[in-house]
Each structure stands twice: as structure tokens, then as C-alpha cells.
Design a binder for this molecule. Structure first.
Ligand SMILES: [Zn+2]
Ligand SMILES: [Zn+2]
Length: 255
């Protein structure tokens, strides 16, 4: 299984998961040009891509879906709520709706959808499984729920939101309503919350953790990494740890 976070953060998200010459994209907030350039730069083969799945309708997750789906003739998988809310943004595309909790079969890949907790119509997070391995992709989550914990407790790789450092958020430039929104159960996971969740779901088979959706205003890669390392130290397990970026793709992780 191959994983590449092509972009991550409030300006655009895009995650590639591949198995046996078949790939699914989770969200796309990149223009077609930007997506193409990044995919090419890391060596991903666009011909493998057949589907794109949408976690929720916020613009950083959907604004690039329409052009990409039309160009590459992709099937767009999304909840009915997200489809209604993002209808104008996505435009003409082949959309297949699902209900949170559904498992979607995409050739050699299985896409499990799990209800999230976020300020949108019908948020989901994803677990993608191949023949032997699986990856959980958990971002835009205000609170770790039992459902999410259960879904990711035995994944081999985890893309995990580590959105903000709480002190930076509280002392930072955001207006009060936005600070409250980010902190709420429908907002985003802080570094500390990500660390707590990591401790709860960490197991000996977890080989890779990619911290994602970092705020460029209220966080730094160093702070996010430090919090995750502290959590991992407490449970005595040390998977590969990486931090996804807004401006450049990660390497391709193979597992
Ligand atoms: Zn987002
Ligand atoms: Zn969001």
C-alpha cells in the first residue's frame, strides 16, 4: 500500500492512497494544475486514480474536486449532506452518495467511512484497507469519539490531525468566535488531543504516523511533533513520524 499526503491544511487537503495500480484520493482542495504538478513531482501515476472520496463539504476539502473529477473522469463519493452542500462548488461530476458507516469497495481497496465530529453537514473520516494493510485518515475532528477510536485502533498507518497548539491559539490573532469554533467538539484536534488519541490507539503494528492539517497560524511542525513524540514515549512505541505540509507533498510512504 502506498500513501502520499499531497497537501494538508486549511488552504487545501489532498491525500492519495494506492494499492495494486489502483488509487483513491481523499478530498481535493488543490487546483488541477497544482494537483498534477505535485503528483508528478513525487512520481504518482494519475492513470491509477479512479475515485475521489469527500470527508466533508468545507472548501479546503472540495474546491478542487469538480475540475479533477471531470478531467480524470473520477467517481466522486460523498454523503448526501456533503453532496447537497457542495453541489455548486463541484458542479457536473459523477457522484455516488454513501451513508456514514458504509464500506465502499474500490477494486483492491476498501474504503470504510466513519462518522466524525465537525461543524458541517455530515462529517466522515476514512479507513482505507488493501489486501494486507490499512491506513486511517482522521482530520477535521473536534473530538475523538469511541466510533473513531474503534475504527483506527488496528490500522498500520495513521494520518492524524494535529491542528493547533492550544496556547498559540488562545494567544493568537483569531477573533474569539473562531478560537471557540476551533476548540469546540465540532472543531479541530489540538496537538495535545492528537497525542491523547494516539496513546489510546497506538499498538505494536502501527508503523507510520503522519501529523496533518496543522494550522499555519496557531501551530508549528516542531510543536506538533514534540507533542506526538511525548505521547508515543509514554506508550513506549516508536512508529515513523512525519508531518504533512500545506505547501509540498510528503514522500510516498510504502507499507
Ligand atoms: Zn479542513
Ligand atoms: Zn473542515
Amino acid at each position: 500500500m502506498r500513501l502520499c499526503v499531497l497537501a494538508s491544511g486549511s488552504k487545501g487537503n489532498c491525500i492519495w492512497v494506492e494499492e495494486e495500480r489502483r488509487a483513491v484520493l481523499l478530498d481535493n482542495g488543490l487546483s488541477y494544475k497544482e494537483f498534477s504538478q505535485r503528483a508528478k513531482a513525487v512520481g504518482l501515476n494519475q492513470a491509477f486514480l479512479k475515485d475521489v472520496a469527500v470527508s466533508h463539504e468545507h472548501s479546503d476539502h472540495v474546491k478542487g474536486i469538480g475540475p479533477l473529477a471531470r478531467k480524470l473522469k473520477l467517481t466522486v463519493h460523498m454523503t448526501e449532506g456533503a453532496a447537497e452542500a457542495a453541489d455548486q462548488v463541484i458542479g457536473e461530476a459523477q457522484v455516488k452518495t454513501f451513508q456514514a458507516g458504509d464500506e465502499i469497495s474500490l477494486g483492491p481497496l476498501r474504503l470504510k467511512t466513519v462518522t466524525g465530529s465537525h461543524d458541517c453537514r455530515d462529517p466522515v473520516v476514512f479507513v482505507v484497507s488493501g489486501a494486507k494493510k490499512s491506513v486511517g485518515v482522521v482530520t477535521d475532528l473536534g473530538a475523538a469519539t469511541n466510533l473513531v477510536r474503534g475504527a483506527i485502533k488496528d490500522v498500520d498507518a495513521l494520518v492524524l490531525e494535529s491542528n493547533h497548539d492550544l496556547t498559540m491559539l488562545l494567544n493568537g490573532p483569531y477573533p474569539l468566535f473562531l478560537k471557540q469554533r476551533v476548540r469546540s467538539r465540532q472543531g479541530h484536534l489540538s496537538n495535545e488531543q492528537a497525542g491523547d488519541l494516539l496513546k489510546e490507539v497506538c499498538h505494536s503494528g502501527l508503523g507510520l504516523v503522519v501529523l496533518a492539517h496543522l494550522s499555519e497560524v496557531n501551530n508549528t511542525p516542531e510543536l506538533a511533533k514534540t507533542a506526538a513524540l511525548k505521547a508515543l514515549k509514554e506508550v513506549g512505541h516508536r512508529p515513523t513520524l512525519a508531518v504533512a505540509s500545506q505547501n509540498m507533498p510528503t514522500k510516498i510512504f510504502e507499507f
